[in-house]
Design a protein around this ligand. Structure first.
Ligand SMILES: Cc1ncc(COP(=O)(O)O)c(C=O)c1O
Length: 362
């Protein structure tokens, strides 16, 4: 049996059918229907946030956030999924990269500050909570205020993560989520934006519906980024099980980390943050050891993935970088191990055994 890297959570069929019957009965398939409203309210309550706007995927969540906050020139991380940066470039936003912190793998506030002291053009920081590990939110808060710029978090990995009991989504001017099938919580395809300010939320709500306001007037050029009722049915079915899902993933994650702590490097987690078990990332001493491990895992039918790779500044030749050495090193050595809801502790043991064997022999 293969131990898969990830496996989408299957909604309970009975529950899903009930929600789908509601959609069929109402005849309201999209355009902010009853399930959309229900899912919005339940997510806001579960996550402890306000101004949450559901959208059709995590990439559009980023793009709409950039539009709603009038982003013209962004400084971002080279160590993220490609969408964090490609969405900026797609929108014609001036894009530059600053290095990550060697320990957390998140955008480094110290480096950001250095760039800002020399580049007065930047109006927005786009930082990813990599693997669900919160960025240095307090330092970025200070930076946002000091330089009067937007802070947008790509929180695609950070569903249900709290810092000191408060949702990580409540930091910054906006945070975006992906509800892609592989995420901790999903709607097959989908996403959300959490805005700090109501006015930004209201504008974004018009933007995702062609720029049309509640009175039917077209206020500006918009796009179609609405989440439909059938996808909301999947989300609502899964939300009924979410505590169980997050708890199980977090248990596997903590078990992995405990077992591997003397063998490999792992991202240093933000103090006082909860875990959602979104990804299990390790870092090997170098590229060759990583290759050895990938091959040995393959022999044991265990999937793994170099996530993220490559360092994003290397893809986009129109962008600028301010030195990204840490990111270039981490992409060479980082590897994500299997972690999903359907895994058991004995699956983790099987993976750990291979890692210990390969790393222990070197
Ligand atoms: C960090 C990050 N940003 C953005 C995205 C894009 O999300 P989506 O696939 O929902 O468009 C993803 C997901 O794949 C991601 O992992």
């Amino acid at each position: 049996m293969t131990i898969k890297l990830n496996q989408p959570i299957k909604p309970n069929l009975e529950k899903l059918t009930k929600y789908i019957e509601q959609v069929n009965d109402s005849g309201w398939y999209t355009n902010f229907g009853p399930l959309h409203q229900q899912l919005t309210q339940r997510l806001e309550a579960y996550l402890g946030v306000e101004n949450l706007l559901l959208v059709s995927n995590g990439t559009l969540a980023l793009q709409v956030a950039y539009k709603a906050l009038n982003v013209k020139s962004a400084l971002t991380t080279p160590f993220s999924f490609v969408a964090t940066a490609s969405s900026l470039i797609w929108q014609g936003i001036e894009t530059s990269f600053s290095d990550i912190d060697k320990k957390s793998y998140n955008l480094c506030p110290k480096q950001v500050q250095k760039v800002l002291d020399n580049d007065s053009n930047v109006d927005t920081i786009v930082a990813t909570h990599v693997y669900g590990n919160p960025c240095d939110i307090n330092r970025f808060d200070d930076i946002g205020k000091k330089y009067n710029i937007n802070i947008i978090y790509d929180a695609s990995h950070a569903f249900a993560v709290n810092v000191d009991g408060k949702s990580v989504l409540s930091f910054g001017d906006a945070s975006t989520l992906s509800f892609h099938a592989t995420k901790v919580f999903h709607t097959v395809e989908g996403g959300a934006i959490v805005f700090k300010r109501k006015a930004d939320f209201e504008r974004a709500k018009r933007l995702i519906n062609f720029g049309i306001d509640d009175n039917g007037n077209i206020t500006e050029a918009g796009i179609n980024a609405k989440l439909n009722e059938y996808q909301c049915a999947v989300g609502l079915s899964l939300l009924d099980e979410i505590d169980n899902i997050v708890e199980h993933r977090a248990t596997l994650f903590e078990y992995y980390r405990d077992e591997l702590k003397h063998y490999v490097d792992m991202p240093l987690w933000f103090d006082s943050s909860s875990f959602n078990g979104a990804y299990m990332a390790i870092s090997l001493k170098n590229k060759d050891i990583k290759e050895l491990l990938v091959n040995e895992l393959k022999i044991h039918n265990i999937q793994s993935r170099s996530y993220f790779s490559p360092s994003l500044e290397s893809i986009f030749n129109k962008s600028k970088d301010y030195g990204v050495e840490n990111s270039r090193q981490i992409v060479e050595s980082v590897l994500c191990l299997p972690l999903h809801f359907y895994m058991t502790i004995s699956d983790v043991d099987a993976v750990v055994k291979v890692v210990k064997k390969v790393v222990g022999e070197i």
